[in-house]
Design a binder for this molecule. Structure first.
Ligand code: G3H
Length: 541
């Protein structure tokens, strides 16, 4: 691939789009509020695809995938009121329902969700440009996450289904909901990462206001009907619109008890400050990251290159866990960079439905310009683009760039590029990447490549106190989802995993009494007569 026009030719003509990838524009006029699909008669926001269509004269046209309601403060108020009413200060049907009852609703929802798989997958492809395979994986991983969450809750609840007697006090301790959760996911995993907070929030008895991400909003529409059918009215409510208007409004109301945001630390910081009662707000946050790789002189280069390519360029580098800066020991830097450039040259660029495609168009139309500027600044300061056509773009398609040697003067050294640019920094002393990590605002993960047990062991001991996951000879990643996903500094607040998320969206609450014959009789009669959903010894199978 040597020219921009060849890159532009990768966009299809309308007639080239295969039937099983086509989409009919979806103009969404309703939002789910208080159990109703409410019609919205105001202004709609056009949703433009990450993909473009090529005209006979070669120009690339934007494609409108559809539109959604551009709600404002009054729509935010309505969604919030519905969530607050359904929670009813903890007395609503949902927060007081048995755990078994809530699990049944979530399982009902999952069955309905699975029926909409193809629609959602196609919207993921068109809205954010994810490959079909990755879009399917995102959907299926989400369904698996829901089912693992149900299993984890059964285990948690069963372990709490007994009384404890300590120092003359009988107690039953369970986890109770927190109130109204505002759930907002990111555009790179619009379905999966939204659901990794939404489902635990729901299943623990909270009611929810869900705001879809800026790209990847329409794909929630088919699921609104499933939410409506599976959950009591007001348990799931949606707000669509300008984030900068509706979200501050919601936070400023003081009625949001949990802010669940996968997004930027700047936004999270501002939103937390808008809540008038900061002590009443719990934040569950997945934020920025600039995960580095450190390649030691004895690293196996074949494995290292394979993992670095996947780590830095899967979904075009648009993963919070992506490798965003690669430190390589100077003694092997030239060989490594040559192999890396070669591997990147072999990545197939194209449309999400094409077999074997790895690099696809970017949904954020400002991103190619931003990436060009970062690469140009690095080149101006002495770095080179090491792969063929790296950094070239046509429309929303940006050919990945391996940039070397990068140093601390360059933006690529500090900024989270969140796109297909792979900056490589040579080092002489391993203290250099360690200092980078210590000085960084972020602390999510690191990948360490090498084979000397003594060195890897010693580095791990330092790195686990800087980040939350040290990956040995493999890329950084969130999964498997049962493992803790956390970050230090500006990278996260709280831990997400299947079981940790249940804890994040709940609080321990207990009932206690003196150990006396009268108390025992009272408790027995509540349990035997099934007079309480909290005081119970039922076992969930
Ligand atoms: O964008 C951040 C995601 O949590 C990354 O998940 O590592 O499974 O791609 P992943």
């Amino acid at each position: 691939m040597s020219s921009i026009s060849e890159l532009a030719d990768l966009f299809p003509r309308a007639s080239d789009i295969p039937a099983d990838a086509r989409i009919t524009p979806l103009h969404q006029r309703e939002t789910l509020v208080g159990g109703e699909m409410r019609r919205f008669d105001g202004e709609l926001k056009a949703v433009m695809s990450a993909l473009r269509v090529r005209q006979p004269d070669g120009t690339l046209d934007h494609v409108e995938v559809g539109s959604y309601p551009l709600g404002g403060a009054s729509e935010a108020r309505a969604a919030l009121d519905a969530a607050v009413a359904a929670y009813d200060s903890g007395r609503g049907r949902w927060p007081t329902m048995t755990v078994a009852g809530r699990i049944a609703c979530v399982e009902h929802f999952t069955r309905l969700m699975v029926e909409r798989r193809e629609e959602v997958v196609r919207l993921i492809m068109w809205e954010i440009g994810k490959t079909r395979g990755d879009a399917q994986k995102e959907f299926d991983r989400t369904v698996e996450y829901v089912s693992a969450t149900v299993d984890a809750l059964k285990e948690l609840d069963n372990s709490n289904s007994r009384f404890q007697v300590v120092e003359g006090t009988i107690a039953q301790i369970r986890r109770a909901p927190l109130g109204v959760a505002l759930c907002m996911g990111p555009y790179n995993y619009p379905l999966n990462e939204t659901f990794t907070t939404l489902i635990p929030a729901l299943i623990m008895g909270n009611t929810v206001v869900l705001k879809p991400p800026k790209f990847g909003a329409l794909l929630f529409y088919p699921l609104l009907f499933a939410f409506q059918k599976a959950f009591p009215a007001g348990v799931v409510n949606t707000i669509y619109g300008r984030g900068e208007e509706v979200v501050p409004y919601l936070m400023g109301s003081g009625q949001i008890n949990v802010l669940a945001l996968i997004g930027s630390s700047r936004v999270a910081d501002a939103l937390k400050k808008q809540h008038p009662k900061s002590n009443r707000l719990r934040a569950v946050l997945g934020l920025d990251a600039k995960n580095p790789a450190i390649i030691l002189p004895d690293a196996d280069l074949e494995t290292t290159v394979r993992e670095c390519v996947a780590g830095s360029l899967s979904f075009n580098g648009q993963r919070c866990t992506a490798l965003k800066l690669i430190f390589v020991h100077r003694s092997i830097a030239d060989t490594f960079v040559a192999k890396l450039a070669d591997a990147v040259n072999r990545l197939k660029c194209g449309m999400p439905w094409e077999e074997g495609v790895q690099i696809t168009p970017l949904p954020d139309e400002n991103k190619p310009r931003y990436l060009h500027d970062c690469v140009a600044q690095a080149v101006e300061l002495g770095a080179c683009v090491m792969n063929d056509g790296g950094g070239m773009s046509a429309g929303s398609l940006f050919r990945p760039a391996v940039v070397y040697p990068v140093d601390a003067r360059m933006r690529l050294y500090h900024e989270e590029q969140f796109g297909p640019v792979v900056p490589v920094v040579p080092f002489d002393d391993v203290q250099e990447p360690l200092d980078y990590i210590i000085g960084s605002d972020y602390g999510q993960q690191v990948s360490l490549f090498g084979n000397d047990a003594g060195q890897i062991g010693a580095l791990t001991d330092q790195l686990v106190n800087q980040v939350c996951r040290v990956n040995l000879n493999c890329q950084c990643q969130r999964g498997p989802d049962v493992f803790p996903f956390a970050g230090r500094k500006d990278s996260a607040e709280g831990t997400l995993s299947v079981s940790d998320a249940l804890r994040a969206f709940s609080i321990r609450s207990m009932v206690a009494t003196r150990q006396s014959p009268a108390s025992k009789a009272l408790l027995n009669s509540i349990v035997d007569g099934r007079r309480s959903n909290f005081i119970s010894t039922g076992f969930l199978l």
